[in-house]
Write a protein that binds this ligand. Sequence first.
Ligand code: 0A1
Ligand code: ZN
Length: 897
Amino acid sequence: MSSMREGTHTVIRREDYAPPAYLIDTVDLTFDLDPAKTRVLNRMRVRRNPEAPVQPLRLDGEELNLARVLVNGAGTSFKMDGGQLVLESLPDGADPFELEIFSTCAPAKNTQLMGLYVSQGTFFTQCEAEGFRRITYFLDRPDVMATYTVTLRADKRQYPVLLSNGNLVESGDLEAGRHYAKWVDPHRKPCYLFALVAGNLVHREQKIISRSGTEHTLQIYVRRGDLDKTEHAMNALMASIAWDETRFGLPLDLERFMIVATSDFNMGAMENKGLNIFNTKYVLASPATATDTDFANVESVVAHEYFHNWTGNRVTCRDWFQLSLKEGLTVFRDQEFSMDMAGSPSARAVKRIEDVRVLRTAQFPEDAGPMAHPVRPDQYVEINNFYTVTVYEKGAEVVRMMQTLVGREGFARGLKRYFERHDGQAVTCDDFAQAMADANPDSELARLLAEFKRWYSQAGTPRVHASGQHDAATRTYTLTLSQSCPPTPGQPVKEPFVIPVTMGLLGADGRELPLQLEGEAQHAGTHRTLVLTQPSQRFTFVGIEQPPVPSLLRGFSAPVILEQDDSDANLLTLLAHDSDPFNRWEAAQRLTLRRALAAVRAPGPVQADVLDTACLDALRSVLRHPELDAAFKELVLTLPSETYIAEQLDEVEPQRIHAVREAMRSQLAHALHEDWVWAYEQHKDTGAYRPDPVNAGRRALAGLALYMLCLAARDNGNPVWPGKTYQRFKDAGNMTDRFQALQALVGSGHALAQEALQRFHAQFQHDDLVLDKWFALQAGQPDRGGHVLPLVKQLMQHPDFHLRNPNRARSVISTYCHSNPGAFHRSDAAGYVFWSERVIEIDAFNPQVAARLARALDRWKKLAEPYRSAAREAIARVAAHEPLSNDVREVVTRALA
Ligand code: 0A1
Ligand code: ZN
């Protein structure tokens, strides 16, 4: 099968790392681009690595046709071993030699989208993690760094634009209507950062002068017709460049920085040196076609890829186990950038809440399931399976905790030290942590470095149990914090973690109390960070007259589950008064979660009144609050997701959770009806479209209000709000308002939804990214009597559905399997059967996309019967299928273990 790896599913282990036997100093590549058969001439200067024992040179290759191998211009003997090209008789000694390899590949047949492939008539590459070996034979590992010269030759009419990393040094015409371009990248790089693009593209260009006075050219390449959707990405790029210089002193090190968009891409985007390649989803945005969320995503992904230019490219990973070295750090940097761009403290908090929501709904389940792995994994079968929320988002939390322990300035100092030491090198997570600690020798991080690094080596989400005791006689409050961490695959026992717990104490009136620990000469303000290092620790605060209300883990200062059985009264105080907006939001989440869990666990049918008056009143007062921002209100008024509720339970009955959450939503819709009307009227007009946090927040709240009003109308049969919603849908001046109105109609199952969906399709049928939303909205809608699965099957028959396009496949299939638990977990098992069929079908041409879909049943062991047995059967069916990629096999094997 062409899409299968040639090797078997060997386990790669971190402890087996050995330096490369050879080093490659320069690479000179010449491409004769042809979709059916591209010729690649690869001339390398190679030498033995003095640090490694003498051994044969083994070059990685995959799906290549080898034509010629020359050493110093002469033919040489070689053998093939499991896809590798093995050269045994190479010149002795330390002198470099010239190795020339000529091979061909077939980009048009490359459906995996790894290596060199064709999308809509344009050539693209994707080399991370191990795609370069699908272009030429090479030492495909990140610790082999070389300088690249690349010549591209292609038909001039079909491929007028020829791009690669670095600077264009030469270009011109060739015979037979062909032309060429020669690019030189002055920076040494690992091959996973190689890129080329050839096609008929147009571009937006911007010249900028950096702080040091050098000029740079920024370009964004897209298909003709998309140019008017690139302004936002260009602004984001300029803002990212300015931010990295200001906050960390890191300048752009290239004369030319290019972004190219493709609609066929497995992931979000890729940080190839000087030539980032993006999924169109994260480049293109216009008010008419993109929502506020899309605008925010474009900004943060552009920033993320740009920040990799230092964290990832200038300093890269020694091996793929160190992936979080670049990813955790770069996610942290893009999160900080977005917060700094957001401006106000409240807008910063909104961003933080959104990030924590992702962590808790995606990473926590991963850390508790069969694919759990440390931020720095110890082993893998297929590295593509480890581009995970653990490596990315939990990795970012680990970096954030370092910043908490050394302070913002200390962190900038640590990053500076890291680049002074390691610029141009391929290093490890240990090297990063060491630089941070060494630059902050008096910090808690330096003192506790070895223990802190358990965050890199131990998987699983720690639980922190908090209990407090007030002593009126001594006027003290003793807070006991205990930690534990459940076993994860291969790690039955855990050592204690270093957990920074940022906190405050509130009086019953909501005022913040001064925090003075026993033995301290004076108080340290009203907000401080306790550092937990032991299984259990006590902290005694003095001068506390009354039992206080603890506000713990402010800003979500550590990626842990906080177990705190404080009273509803305490939560209501925090919701009303906490100076930390994160914990204010968290108080509302805990209040509603508590009620949801009680209703799920209660015997008998789900009752309509899951939320009590106190809870509804508290939510109402947030909604009506004169000072709080709309964006924050929207987050508080959004109930915990079904996935998050499920995670709190030992045994999951997905249909009951769905029913409880729907009951809560409907209660909110009715009990707060007048308030929703008010909220909608107050926030519905945001004037000329601007995607800033204030305006986006107003739209988000208006959108939620509209949804609630349509939900209420569904129950009372009043046509007024659906009618108004349809009108708003038709008249909307931007995609956010339009799509929210459409969501409200579809989500409430109103008859007008069909008309609106048809109209929307007719209006946007030529815009792929908008059509993705149209598909996803339908596949993700609340289930009514099992109607979603047949609809999903029908959507797959739609002429606009293309299984081979990852965005489109995800918009229907992943939305259904990953994001619509109420519709996916059917008691007749049809959802799981559908899932298994799609995993197998997609695996035959794109293992990466299939393996991600395969993760939808990760948490099957938690399911109640009959779901559990049906899920196991479906997974076993996938596991038994032949052939199966290493990617999917690793996921299903671990799930069944
Ligand atoms: N390094 C990229 C993510 C990425 C990884 C693998 C890919 O292969 C299809 C593509 C992109 C990032 O963090 O943005
Ligand atoms: Zn990244």
